[in-house]
Structures are given as C-alpha cells and as structure tokens.
Design a protein around this ligand. Structure first.
Ligand code: S3P
Ligand code: PEP
Length: 450
C-alpha cells in the first residue's frame, strides 16, 4: 500500500456562494472500524462488517490483520473477515506499516504483546514522531518487550509473549488508545486485566468486546472515573458489525452549515455515543441551531440524524473535563469560535500536542494566518471571535487530516480566500470529503496534485 506522502494536494478555498442544504451521510466511524477488523481477526469464525470506513487509516489496519493471518475480503461495501482466534495470529513476514494512524499502531501493540512472536512496526513521518511509550511502558509489564527509536518512537520491534501476565494499570493520560491496548493484551493473558480510568474515554473497545461475546466489567470508582476489568484468556465469537457514521467527521459539514448563511442540513446516521458528543454540547452552548432526530440504537451504539441550520454563534468556555469526548474536534471548534461573537476559552488541550501534528500550535497558526486573535495560556486556547475581515492566509497542515478539513471550513466562511498547503491526508479519515462538500455546492474544485 502506498503512503499519502507521494503527492501533496494544495487547495485554495473561497467563501461559499450559497448555503449548504439537503441530506448527507458521512463515512463510517474510524474508531469502531479499526476495532471491528482487529476483533474480527481475533475471533473464531466469519464476521461481516457493514459501513466500514474505507479511509487510509483503517485500510492500514486491514492490511496489518491480513499480514497477521486473517483472511479479509471486500465485496461491494461489505467486508468479510475470517478470524484466526485469540493467541493464533501468525508472525508477519515483513514490517507492518500503520501509515498515519495512532489508533492502529497503539491498539495493535496491545494485541501483539500477548502473542508469542516478533513484529516490526513503522508508520509515516507523522506517526514516527508520536509517543509510543504510553503503550509500551504498561505493556512491558505483561512480559513483552519493545525496541523503539530514541524517545519511544516508531519504528519499533515488538517481542510478544504467549505467556502474558495480566496488567493492572491506572491511566496517567485520558486515552482510549492506551486503555484499549491494555484490554486487548488482556484477551490472551492468564488472569484479571484491570484498567483504571480517572476520566472516561470512548468505550468502543468495551462495547465491541461484549458484542463478540466476552464479559467486560465496569465499576464506578469512589474518586470518580471507572475501573474496567476482564479475565483472560478468552475466545471471541465472530459477530457481524454495523458501523455508524463518524461523529468526528460529521463535525466538518456541521460547522460549515452553522457558519455559512442560508444552510439547513441533515446529516443522517451519525454515532451518538455519549463519550463522543462533547462538540455538539459545546456548539449548542454557543447558540447553534442543532437538533437530533430519529434517535435509535444500531449495532449496540446510539445513532441519530443531526439537523443543523445557520446560526449566530457566541463565545464559549469549554471545560477541560469535556476534552476526552471531543478530543479530535478542537481544530474545527476553534474555527467556529473564530466566527463567533466574543471570546472563547478551550481548556485542557495538552493531548492535542501529540496528535498527527502538534494540533494546538497548528490550530493557533491556522487562525493567526487568517486574521484571528488567539492566545495560548498553559493548556488553554483563547480565541477572540470575529473582529474584522477574516481569511487571506496560507495554512500548513503538517500531515494532519483534521487541520486540512478545518482550514477548508474556515475558507468557506471567510471574507478572503484561504490557501491550504495539502489536503491529501483527508483520505485517512474522510475519503470523498471534498466531493461531498462540492455536491453541497461548496465550489472547492478537486485540488491539484503536485
Ligand atoms: O481510541 C480511539 O479510537 C481514538 C482515541 C483518541 O486518541 P487518544 O486515545 O490518544 O486520546 C482519538 O484522538 C483518536 O482519533 C481515536
Ligand atoms: C488523532 C487522530 O487519530 P489517530 O490517533 O488514530 O492517528 C484523529 O483522527 O484525529
């Protein structure tokens, strides 16, 4: 599989001449898609996945699970996985390349740590700069060992163990990736694996493990947060999975519709897991006309349709405690804040520094380049809402899909055109994003490869 580094796709974005109306769907949830492929590969039997996100990040996971012995095929939009069983993955004959995906690299590290074989893992330049110690430190406690570059960076060799010990671990950072890596390692460890989570993070791993037939216990802790426990070794039973639309992807057309006048947009079939909906809460606090229709449960996850109309937004104070439920949405929320009336304070953003880019610095740069007054105080970002004409800047996206999409949304609402240095990385999480916005009338062109 080729990487996205091959050709950059710059784009110049001008204000949309018309509002965004109609009915759309966004691609499948990225977190659920990764997990469906991994758990299906660990299950015994055949799993069909409906609505899988066919973005580059998830395709990397599919490729890795194939390299580990699962049979994975695609017919139309349905993916079929014939699993190997827990403890039965086979040693890859080549380096596994996780591309741009932190989720793929971290979760897979957990699985590999409790399989008795050696695996070599790498990623693109962005992923190779991201910290892996947050998973290799706890996972080393189960008997596995890891050899990384300086600073705990990829490429990395994983020396897994078939005699994995169960881990008890209190998460030092709110991270669903770290929690999931430990739980996945625990599937093939002998005894009780325990993860203490002081602040709740997305629980798709726990939900999907239950869907595949195993018991995952969750206890509220007196001091707040919860303790998640499972007993290994387990055997997973293949079960079909239906993936809802990704709320993190819905954020982009949603904010576009809020900012561009005369919009009235329905985004159907969006996942509404309460540990993912912090953005919707924050936008409502800003005065967004955003309602949820047709709420239902599909594939064990709450789902609904989002109805959004253009709104006059005001500044907001987003508490740090909300960050895990909207961690990937801060760049586009900051864009909404730039067009709002008054000042916004987005608190507790330290984790943004270790995403595909330093998203805190890159979001500040995006706003400043386009005439927005913005400050960073500690881990907080303070955005001073519209104080004159906006736009006219050039945005550097640093191999980060969320920055590229946020810059495009900024340009669609701005007074002057915004230049985006590279939109190619949008393929990691939202294939077809530019086409979808164009179908709504955004007039973006398709970008040119260089
Ligand atoms: O578990 C997951 O699927 C994810 C967890 C989050 O990362 P952290 O665990 O690093 O917060 C999020 O940023 C990422 O896009 C997906
Ligand atoms: C942080 C993200 O993903 P990952 O950590 O999987 O690279 C993201 O999609 O915004």
């Amino acid at each position: 599989m080729k990487g996205l580094m091959q050709a950059s796709r710059p784009l110049t974005v001008s204000a949309s001449r018309k509002g965004f109306s109609g009915c759309i769907r966004v691609p499948g949830d990225k977190s659920i898609s990764h997990r469906s492929l991994m758990l299906a590969a660990l299950a015994q039997g055949r799993t069909r996945v409906y609505g899988l996100l066919e973005g580059e990040d998830v395709l990397r996971t599919a490729e890795a699970m194939r390299a580990l012995g699962a049979t994975i095929t695609r017919e139309g939009t349905v993916w079929t996985i014939d699993g190997r069983g827990v403890g039965e993955l086979t040693e890859p004959s080549d380096v596994v390349d996780m591309g741009n995906s932190g989720t793929a690299a971290r979760l897979l590290s957990g699985i590999l740590s409790s399989h008795g074989m050696n695996t070599f893992m790498t990623g693109d330049a962005s992923l190779r700069s991201r910290p892996m110690r947050r998973v290799t430190d706890p996972l080393s406690e189960n008997g596995a060992s890891f050899l990384t570059r300086a600073g705990g960076r990829l490429p990395m060799a994983v020396h897994g163990t078939e005699k994995a010990r169960p881990i008890t671990y209190r998460l030092p950072v709110a991270s669903a990736q770290v929690k999931s890596a430990i739980l996945l390692a625990g599937l093939n460890a002998h005894g009780r694996t325990v993860v203490e989570e002081p602040v709740a993070t997305r629980d798709h791993t726990e939900n999907m493990l239950r869907h595949f037939g195993i018991t995952v216990d969750v206890f509220a802790m007196d001091e707040g947060g919860c303790r998640i426990e499972l007993t290994g070794p387990v055997s997973l039973t293949a079960r079909d999975v239906t993936v809802p639309g990704d709320p993190s992807s819905s954020a982009f057309p949603l904010v576009a519709a809020l900012l561009v006048p005369d919009s009235d947009l329905l985004i159907e079939n969006v996942g509404l897991n309460p540990l993912r909906t912090g953005l919707f809460t924050s936008l409502r606090e800003m005065g967004a006309d955003l309602t949820i229709e047709n709420e239902r449960t599909e594939g064990g996850e709450p789902v609904g349709d989002l109805r959004v109309r253009s709104s006059r937004l005001r500044g907001v104070d987003v508490p740090a405690s909300r960050a895990p439920s909207m961690i990937d949405e801060y760049p586009v929320l900051a864009v909404a804040c730039a067009f709002a009336e008054g000042t916004s304070r987005l608190r507790g953003l330290h984790e943004l520094r270790v995403k595909e880019s330093d998203r805190l610095a890159a979001t500040v740069a995006l706003l400043e380049a386009n005439g927005v007054k913005v400050e960073v105080k500690g881990d907080d970002m303070i955005v001073h809402g519209r104080q004159g004409a906006l736009g006219g800047g050039r945005v550097q996206t640093h191999m980060d899909h969320r920055l590229a999409m946020s810059a495009i949304i900024f340009g669609l609402a701005a007074d002057r055109p915004v230049q985006v240095d590279d939109t190619a990385f949008i393929e990691t999480s939202f294939p077809g994003f530019v086409d979808l916005m164009n179908a709504l009338g955004a007039g973006l062109g398709t970008g040119t490869s260089t």
